[in-house]
Ligand binder design. Structure first.
Ligand code: GLV
Ligand code: MN
Ligand code: MN
Length: 374
């Protein structure tokens, strides 16, 4: 897709081929500049919300139809997760203009900050700040940015939000689908502590090795998730002092847990807490689990969802992935369009969508914007 190709080199790691575009780092700032330039070329009015989110408006006033997504990435993520929604929004406006459409309501494109939570740990940071789902004093942005918090004036102008996003599993068999729901999910930090000591001289029975408790916990997370038809992932870990010939003093890891219901997420996390603590007492170590980012179950606006599915003759499907649309949905009628992901791979350099499907996504988004604004 030509417009996506324009940003293909920004923040791309030459070794992994994936994107490293963390919020307010140089590549992400370059993407923001690129977006501002694209919006200006189209005569859209730019607005910063003081929370790191950018809006570009075609028209002004209330009852706006907002679309857009995010430009930040997970570590070594794919090209489509986020940017596809932003690029498609710009192209959908081009298409509406080519069709000669004169919208009766404003159309906005949002670029939300730190959707992935890769830099500060809280997923959907920008949309949570905008809506007041989280207050500025509840987040630690390490002096990088001073958010202003809830912007009721902006929320009051939004009639509805429709985010286009690549599907992140293999469930969608057609080029475009409509989302029904997002699984509840969250992130927990796990801190394992033990006794640092010599790898060669410390008897196996004398060790207090937090790596053992950690290793057990990784396997237990997998087992407890499988037992509940839930998803649990430990994909990030830090070891101190990280020496080949020393028993670690501590291991810090992050659990991502998701399930069809919040009760199952809670059960899974509590079962894991109990198992990890029991193992820690056997290992002579300690473990604590701290919630860093909790996202409730989301059901998108049923009327909007059905209207879009009818308009596009598109299937309706749930997802296990989180989105700014999930946060917005508690405040304004919200829907999502998904573009087919033939391999289902995402949060990976291998993420892929066919150009024809991306183009079908743009047409679908243009149809939706036209339907909702005319
Ligand atoms: C965001 O992509 C998430 O689901 O973690
Ligand atoms: Mn993502
Ligand atoms: Mn995303």
């Amino acid at each position: 897709m030509k417009l996506l190709d324009e940003i293909a080199d920004i923040g791309r790691d030459p070794v992994s081929g994936g994107y490293v575009r963390y919020a307010w780092t140089e590549p992400e700032l370059a993407l923001r500049d690129w977006f501002r330039d694209q919006a200006t070329q189209r005569g859209l009015a730019l607005e910063d919300d003081g929370n790191g989110n950018i809006f570009a408006w075609w028209g002004s006033g209330p009852d706006a139809v907002l679309t857009g997504s995010h430009l930040d990435s997970v570590p070594h993520g794919g090209a489509y997760d986020g940017p596809l929604g932003v690029v498609s929004a710009l192209l959908a406006i081009d298409e509406l203009r080519q069709r000669g459409v004169k919208p009766a309501k404003p159309i906005g494109i949002a670029v939300f900050a730190e959707e992935e939570g890769s830099r500060f740990g809280l997923a959907c940071l920008g949309s949570r700040l905008l809506t007041g789902a989280v207050a500025p004093d509840q987040v630690d942005l390490q002096g990088v940015f001073e958010p202003v918090g809830r912007r009721q004036d902006i929320l009051d102008r939004i009639g509805c939000f429709v985010e286009l996003h690549i599907e992140q599993g293999r469930a969608l068999q057609r080029p475009v689908g409509v989302a029904s729901a997002i699984w509840p999910h969250g992130r927990w930090r796990l801190d394992f502590a033990g006794e640092p000591n010599h790898a060669g001289t410390t008897q196996m029975g004398d060790r207090r090795d937090p790596m053992l408790t950690f290793a057990f916990t990784v396997l237990a997370a997998n087992k407890e998730a499988r037992l509940r038809h839930a998803h649990a992932t430990i994909g990030r870990v830090q070891v101190a002092p990280n020496a080949t010939n020393a028993i670690p003093s501590s291991v810090r890891a992050w659990l991502d847990a998701r399930a069809p219901s919040p009760e199952i997420v809670d059960e899974l996390v509590e079962a894991l807490r109990a198992k990890a603590s029991e193992r820690a007492s056997r290992d002579g170590t300690t473990v604590t689990m701290t919630a860093e980012s909790i996202t409730p179950a989301i059901e998108f606006h049923i009327g909007l969802r059905d209207r879009l599915a009818r308009l596009l003759d598109a299937p309706i499907l749930p997802t296990g992935a989180g989105h700014d649309a999930g946060v917005l949905s508690a405040y304004v009628p919200t829907a999502m369009l998904f573009v087919r992901n033939p391999t289902g791979v995402s949060h990976s350099p291998l993420e892929y969508a066919a150009d024809e499907d991306c183009e079908a996504g743009v047409t679908a988004l243009a149809d939706v914007l036209q339907d909702l604004t005319c």
